[in-house]
Write a protein that binds this ligand. Structure first.
Ligand SMILES: Cc1ncc(COP(=O)(O)O)c(C=O)c1O
Length: 368
């Protein structure tokens, strides 16, 4: 059965959407996180899909249903070697018999990162690997010139963050507001969500604003200030808003603009860089502690995004900086994906990348 489109009442021409996710995801109380005066709830987006959960599938539902991503061409996208976006895209494209091309940069080879790399390669994804984020233009150049694939892919931005993809999170905001209305949780005063490319948090902000649910959104950055700041957030907010307008947002709402829409509903946002530590995807002690605590509470977090986000929430709770009902949005897909990993995946790691990973301490067989 086709799922209800939460956005339909707001749009004259809602774009097509695939039903890849099982929604709504549950909201649960997490008393193990409570602090005096604060009651914590968790939005379980780890349960969005039996194939691959997490927030990514919310974006893919819209992206893969519309041009330029809805034909048989391969898709080319970008991320770290442990990118959840690339894993989600690879698995959902594989289910459609399609191919992923990935421009990847190195990350600290934790067990989690290596599992994601193993998954990526097991799906048949083809990698163009460079050591650092600033070197990504080299991967692009190789892809376009000397290491060109037979059929070039159509480009999808990092994190699947486009205006259209982020409509998945506008719907997520509306979904949460519906759950509040139905009594699944009280209206949260604050919502903690991790930020990378910011499609998730900007979509949520606009969805909550459309629903008229006032909330303070704390965007806990996984990225250094240079890569994630007010400029990126505002630009992404504008992109998502533009996608809503293209889809026929009701004129009285379109006239407000993104800032006006948020202000009317009392939705505010701020960015927290306190948990980035020494850089993107580098584990921190507070993040690891949060991951371990969450495991005891039944949540499978990771150290790049959701562990750091929970660490920020814990720090604010301990400082008494947050009170009332508080929501932690768990964006990490927690399915056990080990059955998708093919034996011998290591042999598919590009030789130069394998050498670098071994030097960084990864237990991989040496390149021959
Ligand atoms: C688990 C997880 N949560 C959140 C994010 C960030 O989402 P966004 O890029 O929309 O800010 C990512 C990004 O890849 C992620 O892997």
């Amino acid at each position: 059965m086709k799922r209800e489109h939460h956005l339909s009442p707001f749009l004259r021409n809602p774009p097509a959407r695939l039903d890849l996710a099982t929604l709504p995801t549950p909201v649960e109380r997490a008393p193990w996180l409570d602090a005096p005066g604060a009651a914590v709830y968790v939005k379980r987006d780890d349960q969005t899909s039996r194939l691959y959960g997490g927030g990514k599938v919310r974006k893919l539902e819209w992206l893969l249903a519309n041009p330029p991503y809805d034909d048989r061409r391969p898709i080319v996208s970008v991320g770290g070697i442990g990118s959840h976006h690339l894993v989600a895209l690879a698995l959902h494209l594989q289910a459609q018999g399609r191919e992923l091309h990935a421009w990847v940069f190195d990350q600290v080879p934790t067990a989690h990162t290596l599992k994601d790399l193993a998954l990526l390669l097991s799906t048949g994804a083809k990698l163009w690997a460079v050591p650092t984020r600033p070197a990504l233009p080299l991967a692009w150049l190789a892809y376009r010139t000397w290491a060109r694939p037979a059929q070039p892919g159509v480009y999808m931005p990092p994190g699947g963050t486009t205006g259209l993809g982020s409509l998945g999170f506008v719907e997520a905001g509306l979904e949460l507001a519906q759950q509040v209305k139905e009594g699944a949780l009280p209206a949260p005063q604050a919502l903690y969500v991790t930020g990378g490319t910011c499609g998730s948090c900007c979509g949520l902000a606009l969805g909550l604003a459309l629903a008229g649910l006032p909330v303070r959104i704390r965007v806990v950055s996984a990225l250094e200030r240079l890569y994630l700041g007010t400029y990126l957030l505002k630009r992404t907010l504008n992109q998502v808003f533009a996608a809503l307008v293209r889809a026929g947002l009701r004129p009285e709402l379109a006239a407000l603009g993104p800032a006006g829409l948020l202000a009317r509903a009392g939705v505010t946002w701020s960015i927290d860089h306190s948990q980035v530590g020494s850089g993107y995807a580098v584990p921190t002690a507070a993040g690891e502690e949060a991951v371990a605590l969450a495991a005891g509470g039944g949540l499978a977090l990771e150290t790049t995004y959701t562990g750091k986000c929970l660490a920020a929430l814990r720090s604010d709770l301990a400082a008494g900086a947050v009170s009332g009902p508080v929501l932690f949005w768990d964006t990490h897909g927690a399915n056990d994906l080990r059955p998708h990993i093919l034996p011998g995946w290591e042999a598919r790691v590009p030789v130069a990348l394998r050498r670098r990973l071994i030097r960084a301490g990864a237990a991989l067989p040496a390149a021959t």
